[in-house]
Design a protein around this ligand. Structure first.
Ligand SMILES: [Fe+2]
Length: 151
């Protein structure tokens, strides 16, 4: 079977999985802010972390797309082509959704802080699921690649 090949395993795979770990740390940081009781600095601190997440996500998605990650995954796992298409389509949607939430937070949380907290928690869960689905495909493709190398 077609494996991932050294191109993806050696370059994009490591970079993407490293960024997934870093993004998870930032997601955890934002989740902790959402669990905290809002004080005077809460909105500004949260807005700053969301700005950071927005920039890092845009860079991360661009890395995955420019590296041809989904094309390589489709080649390695033809049965996952629909899942790859869904993951690719998630990218612009996730970025637009995050921008919308950032707009709702400034200058004052529209609908109150509890409403924006709930929306942000849902967003973080959706983002986590997206990255987990990518990780699952990457792991499967890498395992298949290793099996292929043994043959
Ligand atoms: Fe990703």
């Amino acid at each position: 079977m077609a494996g991932l090949g050294s191109r993806t395993v050696g370059k994009a795979f490591d970079a993407v999985t490293t960024e997934h770990v870093q993004l998870r740390a930032l997601r955890d940081e934002i989740a902790a802010l959402l669990a905290a009781r809002p004080d005077r600095r809460w909105r500004k601190t949260l807005a700053a972390r969301l700005q950071e997440l927005s920039g890092r996500l845009a860079g991360h998605f661009a890395l995955e797309e420019k590296a041809g990650l989904f094309e390589d995954l489709e080649e390695a796992l033809p049965e996952a082509s629909r899942e790859c298409a869904r993951l690719r389509a998630d990218h612009p949607w996730l970025l637009a959704h995050l921008e919308d939430l950032r707009d709702r937070l400034a200058p004052e949380p529209k609908g109150g802080s509890e409403a924006i907290k709930a929306s942000l928690r849902t967003f973080l869960e959706e983002l986590a699921r997206h990255e987990e689905r990518e990780n699952a495909l990457l792991t499967q493709a890498a395992e298949d690649d290793e099996l292929g190398a043994v043959d």
